[in-house]
Design a protein around this ligand. Structure first.
Ligand code: GTP
Ligand code: MG
Length: 147
């Protein structure tokens, strides 16, 4: 089943938004298969956003504290991004995480992988294989039906 990397950034953690954000993914019907709080070195954190190295705001991307998660479910990469909303909270729709809970692009509280390749790379960057679990959630048959 498809998996994606979702991380609550330092601003989201400090503002006490962990449970609110976890709850939105959980209620949708996605399954939490990995979770940890990480205080990465600056070098390590910058690996995560390496594609943005040339951008002027790169040094301000301070992933100094992360609530890191792996979520599993049908379409979770694409739909996770929908739950999160547009990059700039000024443009995110109400009802999305950034739309409801953030105001400026530099403090947009959450990260989500943007495609299958980045999801794989980011999960491998932040989690060891043994930190991820597989289990049956008893609600699955009610979420997906019998097929
Ligand atoms: P992530 O899920 O965090 O990767 O965001 P995204 O995929 O919606 O956007 P993108 O990968 O293009 O940018 C990564 C992060 O860089 C954003 O989430 C913002 O925190 C930050 N960022 C992007 N554009 C700007 C900008 O113009 N100014 C500032 N200050 N930060 C930006
Ligand atoms: Mg991105």
């Amino acid at each position: 089943m498809e998996r994606t990397f979702i991380a609550i950034k330092p601003d989201g953690v400090q503002r006490g938004l962990i449970s609110e954000i976890v709850s939105r993914f959980e209620r949708k019907g996605f399954k939490l298969v990995g979770i940890k709080v990480v205080v990465p070195s600056k070098d390590f954190a910058q690996k995560h956003y390496h594609v943005l190295m040339e951008r002027p705001f790169f040094n301000g991307l301070a992933l100094v504290l992360l609530f890191a998660m792996v979520w599993e479910g049908e379409g979770v990469i694409r739909y996770g991004r929908k739950l999160i909303g547009a990059t700039d909270p000024q443009k995110s729709e109400p009802g999305t995480i950034r739309g409801d809970l953030a105001v400026v692009v530099g403090r947009n509280i959450i990260h989500g992988s943007d495609g299958p390749e980045t999801a794989k790379d980011e999960i491998n960057l932040w989690f060891k294989p043994q930190e991820l679990v597989s289990y049956t959630n008893n609600a699955e048959k009610w979420i997906y039906g019998d097929n």
